[in-house]
Design a protein. Structure first.
Length: 210
């Protein structure tokens, strides 16, 4: 399994981040669906659709430069579905308890409408993740989670019957229980966390969800 990429200085680039050489721009088109239209690639692939939504297509070669402002859609999705660490891509599930380690901002709400786009982080990688993220250095909180479930996507939205060249809205948060995903191009999977509990980890403060 391919995990984090190591720089010449020994810094590990997290598994989920995007790389500039992975960008692809295959043409999109509308195809018939139950009396309406759904978004598709002009040349479809088997793994284009997850959870009923078209995914942004990227390569997995991690070439070019690391881009910390983006994630690779397939790798982010894989970490969410398989409960893998976003840094090393190994399991973030505690072997003794079965609970999932998760590093979040201390502002995470923890209620039924709260969601996150950040995959789990295993205990071994949590200190490193905090060290390379300025936001987490100020706001990091460690939790364990009983389970997670798909909440929605962060996606670009297109208008049916118009050429799908420029999206009507970019990076919109769309809930699976409220939106027809057939007009969207997903960039990230969002999940709802269940049974969120503060966790203790040496050198990292634990804060209760607010």
């Amino acid at each position: 399994m391919t995990t984090a990429t190591v720089s010449e200085r020994g810094f590990r680039y997290p598994y989920v981040i995007g790389w500039t050489g992975e960008a692809q721009n295959p043409p999109l088109k509308w195809v018939p669906r139950h009396g309406g239209l759904r978004l598709s690639y002009a040349v479809p692939h088997r793994d284009d659709v997850r959870n009923g939504v078209l995914l942004l297509r990227q390569s997995q070669n991690r070439t070019g430069r690391p881009d910390f402002k983006t994630v690779n859609t397939l790798r982010q999705w894989r970490c969410m579905e398989k409960r893998l660490c976003q840094v090393c891509a190994r399991s973030a599930v505690d072997r003794e308890t079965g609970r999932i380690w998760w590093l979040l901002s201390s502002g995470y709400g923890g209620d039924g409408d709260s969601y996150t786009n950040a995959p789990p982080t295993c205990p071994a990688c949590i200190p490193e993740a905090i060290s390379w993220c300025s936001h987490l250095r100020r706001n990091a909180a460690v939790f364990t989670v009983g389970d997670c479930s798909p909440f929605g996507v962060r996606a670009d939205v297109f208008v049916p019957y118009f050429p799908p060249v420029v999206p009507f809205e970019r990076n919109a948060v769309l809930r699976f229980d409220e939106y027809d995903m057939h007009h969207a191009l997903a960039r990230e999977l969002l999940v709802r966390l269940h049974d969120v509990q503060p966790a203790l980890l040496a050198g990292v403060a634990a804060r209760a969800p607010r």
